[in-house]
Design a protein around this ligand. Sequence first.
Ligand code: SF4
Ligand code: SF4
Length: 360
Amino acid sequence: MKARIVDRAHLLRIVDQLRQDGYQVIAPVRGRGRDTYYDVVTDHNRDRIEIHLPNPQYPPKRYVFPHIERLFDVRKENGEVRIEPAYYGPKRALFGIRSCDLAGIWHLDRFYLGRDYRDPYYESRRQNLLLINVVCTDPERDIADDCFCVCTDTGPAARDHFDLQLMDLGDEFMVVAGSPAGEARLSDPIFRKCTAAHVEKRRAILTEVRKRFKTMTSWFAATVRYVSQGKILDRTWEEIGNRCLECGGCTYVCPACTCFTVTDRRVGPNEIERVRIWDSCALGGFTRMAGGHNPRKAVHDRRNRRFFRKLAHYFIQRELSMACVGCGRCAAVCHGDVGMPSVVEMIRRATAETDKLPPT
Ligand code: SF4
Ligand code: SF4
């Protein structure tokens, strides 16, 4: 990987260059209060881009997998039925994506493109997308109370799956290329050589930042084992289910959730469109069948499905990563306090209670 250094004052030149090259650039900005969000960069908001700010509650996942996506139109014209697929793949750059969300996109890549069937809709959005990752280095602004990427090995500095990675070293940034497309952007004269002292500074900053995480789920690996072996007691799932209000919030903010449903809607007198829409295992309709039967009617039956899907060895082997990247958003939005770190803790406590004492 090629590394370069750029002055802080020149950092947004990367955004300007991308826009000049025809990219639609998406970057994090601050709204009112604590709100932060990703937005399309324009001449008006370009100076509001912030590198250090709380990670937006909505992950940038929607730029590869939108909430609602048109798949095709069906139109009746002069007695003939025409079907037109609706692919959309703009030339886009996601500037300032955090390491957890980058891991989320890689998980989606594996799910939608990593096996025999490649999803053409996902692929059309993904193939023209440039990912510019930012390392979280400011504990006060970057790291929320619920962040735990250090436990899922997805941050604070991503090791791969980015085109460019930016890391704040103080007055200057280290810029690392992770792909040929990223490396090509380092030809700009604003970049200069990286020295051993820069590398040492990077290491020292990361060592310090890792100590500043407040949520540490050291039981994560054991939870993966217990979930994979089906050793979680029914009463633990019931306890989790009893606390879930079935709002779907945890799945809608999750950068690694992949589920969707498909439906048709009328858009004109002789025209319908087929769309896919994010779905959530928290919602009763997720498993309801056409005749009305629901094999997972009880909420805890759908909650255990969520954690099995995210943590079971079978899926980790298939996607090459857990479907949890440690962003902490589910913990932040859940009214019932059954986000991932709490569930891991509930499983730890329940498992400790059922431990057999050695015979005396
Ligand atoms: S956010 Fe909490 S309450 Fe809402 S569906 Fe998820 S687990 Fe249930
Ligand atoms: S399960 Fe929760 S912590 Fe894990 S990636 Fe999804 S929202 Fe983030």
